[in-house]
Design a protein around this ligand. Structure first.
Ligand SMILES: *Cc1c(COP(=O)(O)O)cnc(C)c1O
Length: 418
C-alpha cells in the first residue's frame, strides 16, 4: 500500500466523496438507526469553516465506525468513511510495518490501552479455546518498564501479569532474572504466555528485544504469542531506524498497538490495533447480532471522524515528509544529548529516540514543575523525562539548559563556601 502525499483538492474530494457514501440522515428515509448527526443547535454544519474542513464536517456528520472493517462484512450505512479507515489500517500494517498486502486486520480503538486490551483478550481466548488452557495456566509477561495497561488487562481478563526486571542503566530485560521468573511460572503450572514487547516504552523510549523473548519462551517450553506495544514508537521507530526488524515480517510477532494521538498529533481517541488475519475471531461476540458483520472490538460504537483524522494526517504528509518530521525530532534530541554529554549529566536514551530520561539526582527539584519534566514515580522519582515533540524546540531546550547550568553552578559554589 503506497503512502503518498495528496493535494488539498484531492483530500477534500476523497473525504467529502466518502461522506456521500454514508447514510444521509437528513435527506434519506432512514428510520431505524439509533444515531444521527450531531445536534444542530450546538454543532451547526452551516458555519463556513465547518463546511470547508473535512475533519469538522465529518465530526458533525457523526459516522459510527462500530466493528472491524477489514473483515469483509460491516454496517453498510457508513461504508464510505469505513473505506478510509481501511486505508489507514493498510498504511500502518503494510507501509510502516511491512505486512504483505491484505494480510492484517485492525481498527481504530479509543487508545493504546484499548488496543493492548484487545490483543490480550484475543490471545487469552485463543489459549482457552485452542489449547484448552484454564485462566490459571495463562499469564501476561512484559518488562517492568511496560505501560500499566498490561496490569489492567491482567485484572480485567483474570490472568496473572508478570513483570520482568530490567537492568537499571540499559533498560534491557535482565536475562538471569527473567529466566528465574519463567521457571517459577512453569512450576506454578502456567503453560501459555501472552508476551507484550515494547517498541519505545513510555518512560524511556527503550525497545525490547522480541527475539530474546521468543528464545526464552522456547527454551522454557511455553506456548506463546507476542504482541508489540508500539503505542509510543509505532509512527517513529520503524521510519527513523532503517535497521528495525520489529514488524510483520517477523514470524513470531502477530499484532501491534500504535497510538495516532501521541507522535502523529491526531485527536485523542485514535489508538490503532493491528493483528494478522485469522485472529480477530477470538474476540467475536456472537450476541452482537444487531450489528452487521458482528462486533469483535472492545469499544462498540466509535466516531468515524477519528479514522478520518488519521487519514488526513497521512495524506497531508506522505511517507517521506513524515520521515522528515521524525528526523527533525531526532536531531533536536541528539542536540540535547550532546549538550548533556558536555556537562557530564547522566541520562538514558535509546539510539535515535526522541525521549531523553535524566537521572533525577542531576536535576534541581525546582526545575521539575516549571519544565513539566515527567517523573517515573511521583513520590520518589529516580528518573525525569524530556519528550521532544513538535513544540519542544531547541530554543526551549536551550532555556532549560541555561536554568540547569545556573542552578547547578549555585549548588557547586554553595559547597565551596562551606
Ligand atoms: C501511551 C501508551 C499506552 C497507552 O495509551 P493510551 O492511548 O493512553 O491509552 C500504552 N503503551 C505505551 C508504551 C504508551 O506510551
Amino acid at each position: 500500500m503506497e503512502w503518498k502525499r495528496k493535494s488539498e483538492t484531492e483530500i477534500k474530494q476523497r473525504v467529502f466523496g466518502a461522506l456521500k457514501g454514508n447514510v444521509n440522515y437528513r435527506d434519506g428515509s432512514i428510520l431505524g438507526i439509533p444515531g444521527t448527526q450531531l445536534d444542530s443547535k450546538v454543532f451547526s454544519e452551516e458555519i463556513s469553516f465547518v463546511r470547508e474542513s473535512p475533519y469538522l464536517f465529518t465530526l458533525v456528520q457523526n459516522p459510527n465506525h462500530i466493528g472491524c472493517h477489514t473483515l469483509g462484512d460491516s454496517e453498510s450505512y457508513f461504508e464510505g468513511t469505513q473505506g478510509l479507515e481501511r486505508e489507514v489500517i493498510r498504511i500502518c500494517a503494510e507501509n510502516i510495518l511491512c505486512a504483505a498486502p491484505h494480510s492484517v486486520d485492525g481498527y481504530i480503538a479509543s487508545g493504546g490501552t484499548e488496543a493492548n486490551l484487545q490483543a490480550i483478550w484475543i490471545y487469552r481466548n485463543y489459549f482457552m479455546y485452542e489449547h484448552g488452557a484454564s485462566l490459571s495456566e495463562i499469564a501476561i509477561v512484559c518488562s517492568e518498564d511496560s505501560h500499566y495497561s498490561m496490569q489492567k488487562a491482567g485484572n480485567m481478563f483474570q490472568v496473572r501479569c508478570v513483570l520482568l526486571p530490567v537492568e537499571e542503566k540499559t533498560r534491557k530485560i535482565d536475562r538471569l532474572a527473567a529466566e528465574e521468573k519463567l521457571s517459577m511460572l512453569k512450576q506454578a503450572g502456567v503453560k501459555c504466555l501472552i508476551v507484550v514487547s515494547n517498541m519505545m516504552t513510555t518512560m524511556f523510549g527503550s525497545i525490547d528485544d522480541a527475539d530474546l523473548y521468543a528464545e526464552l519462551m522456547q527454551n522454557h517450553g511455553f506456548e506463546f504469542r507476542i504482541h508489540i506495544d508500539a503505542a509510543y514508537g509505532g509512527f517513529y521507530a520503524p521510519l527513523i531506524d532503517e535497521s528495525n526488524t520489529i514488524d510483520f515480517r517477523h514470524p513470531n510477532i502477530h499484532s501491534f498497538t500504535m497510538d495516532a494521538h501521541k507522535l502523529l498529533q491526531a485527536p485523542y481517541g485514535t489508538g490503532i490495533f493491528l493483528i494478522r488475519k485469522g485472529w480477530m475471531k477470538y474476540a467475536q461476540t456472537d450476541a452482537a447480532s444487531y450489528v452487521a458483520g458482528a462486533d469483535c472490538t472492545i469499544s462498540g460504537s466509535r466516531s468515524g471522524a477519528n479514522a478520518i483524522a488519521i487519514w488526513l494526517i497521512f495524506s497531508a504528509y506522505g511517507r517521506h515528509e513524515w520521515f522528515e518530521k521524525c528526523s527533525t525530532l531526532e536531531r533536536r534530541a541528539s542536540w540535547l544529548a550532546k549538550e548533556l554529554d558536555k556537562r557530564k549529566i547522566s541520562y538514558y536514551r535509546s539510539p535515535l529516540s526522541n525521549i531523553i530520561t535524566l537521572e533525577a539526582s542531576e536535576v534541581p527539584d525546582d526545575l521539575v514543575t516549571p519544565f513539566g519534566l515527567v517523573p517515573d514515580d511521583h513520590h520518589r522519582p529516580s528518573w525525569l523525562k524530556i519528550v521532544v515533540m513538535e513544540h519542544v524546540t531547541i530554543e526551549k531546550l536551550e532555556f532549560f539548559l541555561e536554568e540547569l547550568d545556573s542552578k547547578r553552578f549555585l549548588e557547586v559554589s554553595d559547597l565551596q563556601l562551606i
